[in-house]
Design a protein. Structure first.
Length: 364
């Protein structure tokens, strides 16, 4: 599968604060949020392990202690895990360079680098094998999207050689391709070691353009497998539902309309579907409707309550008859009877909304 029998290593970048996912990330780092009941980081580690990776360096920063508490040395996941902590954020390039201090491979060996907020079906092993065969300095996973304006653009020639990098274009004229940087790379180790240490470096704006200007062989692989950036609550919900329903790859999982975890109780009179995950210890009462949502551990949905396309935080409660549609309810919050919360609402942890305090329709 790989080029030799040396230790096969990867770097997983998990240091971001996840501000777009608040209030979910006030207490939990974004990569440790449960996607279909399993932290996103664990999904990524398991896929890397299945591709032959034996050792993974986690580049942490925000709430770094949470990763070690949950993952330990990686033994339970079948890999060896090392931790590289950024005291001050160093940017993507700086984070990669900081993590490289914990690598054990040689200067010519391939190192896979993964962004910690992406759910992907790309063939990691194939990406690495192609990188080695091509003698590339860096290989980038690319995907095509309908609207590339929010992403880094990476045009390639017919042989897959990268021609340019254009970070998040601001005008229509700057959109030179629909191929975007998908947040998965294979580096030659020596290229990582050339990144400056101890300061903020962007791999997208600094490292990659500099390598290209120096004539380095940079290879782009366009892939049409599943790919989703889980940077917002709505993409987080979608990714979780896609895993449950079998749209996103999850080896060993049997696709279903919902996923009910240990010690959760769903009344037979409740309607739960659309890829919903019902977390451990949750309770869903008779007459409740829960569709396309994520209920974190211990959440309670009352009789005849309606929850759609939403995240209900750990220990939070949606009382009888309340409607929550396209919202994020923080841990321990309480949505009282008769409230009606619509798309985009975010309720912070432990907030209590009294009965019928928020309405979008006239009849209480």
């Amino acid at each position: 599968m790989w080029c030799d029998d040396r230790m096969r290593e990867a770097i997983l970048l998990v240091g971001g604060q996840g501000t777009r996912l608040r209030p979910l990330t006030l207490s939990t780092p974004k990569p440790m949020l449960p996607v279909a009941g399993v932290p996103l980081t664990v999904h990524q580690i398991e896929r890397a392990r299945d591709a032959g990776v034996e050792r993974i360096v986690l580049g942490t920063s925000y709430r770094a202690e949470v990763f070690a508490e949950h993952l330990g040395d990686g033994r339970d996941l079948g890999v060896e895990i090392a931790y590289a902590v950024e005291v001050d954020p160093l940017g993507t390039g700086g984070a990669i360079r900081n993590a490289a201090a914990h690598l054990t491979c040689g200067p010519d060996d391939p190192v896979m680098v993964l962004n910690g907020d992406v759910l992907s079906g790309v063939d990691y092993a194939g990406l690495i094998e192609g990188h080695v065969r091509a003698g590339a300095v860096v290989t980038l996973h690319l995907v095509r999207v309908e609207d590339p304006s929010a992403y880094g653009l990476v045009p390639t020639d017919e042989q897959g050689r990268v021609l340019a990098f254009r970070e998040k274009p601001t005008t229509a004229e700057e959109i030179i391709t629909d191929q975007i940087n998908a947040g998965c790379y294979v580096f030659r180790r020596s290229a990582i070691d050339a990144i400056p240490t101890g300061r903020v470096v962007s791999v997208e704006r600094d490292t990659f353009p500099a390598l290209l200007a120096d004539g380095a062989h940079m290879r782009g692989v366009v892939d049409d497998s599943y790919w989703l950036d889980l940077g917002t609550p709505w993409d987080f919900i979608r990714g979780s539902a896609d895993l449950v329903r079998g749209i996103a790859p999850w080896p060993g999982h049997v696709p279903a309309v919902s996923l009910v975890l240990d010690d959760a109780v769903v009344d037979e009179g409740a309607d739960v579907g659309g890829g919903t995950t019902v977390g451990r210890g949750c309770r869903v009462a008779a007459g409740a409707v829960v569709q396309g949502s994520v209920l974190l551990d211990g959440a309670v949905i009352g009789p005849a309550a309606v929850v759609t396309d939403s995240v209900i935080g750990a220990g939070a409660m949606v009382e009888a008859g309340a409607v929550v549609a396209g919202c994020v309810i923080g841990d321990g919050a309480r949505v009282g009877t008769g409230n009606e919360l619509r798309a985009g609402a975010r309720i912070w942890p432990d907030v209590v909304l009294p009965p019928t305090s928020v309405r979008f329709s006239t009849d209480a």
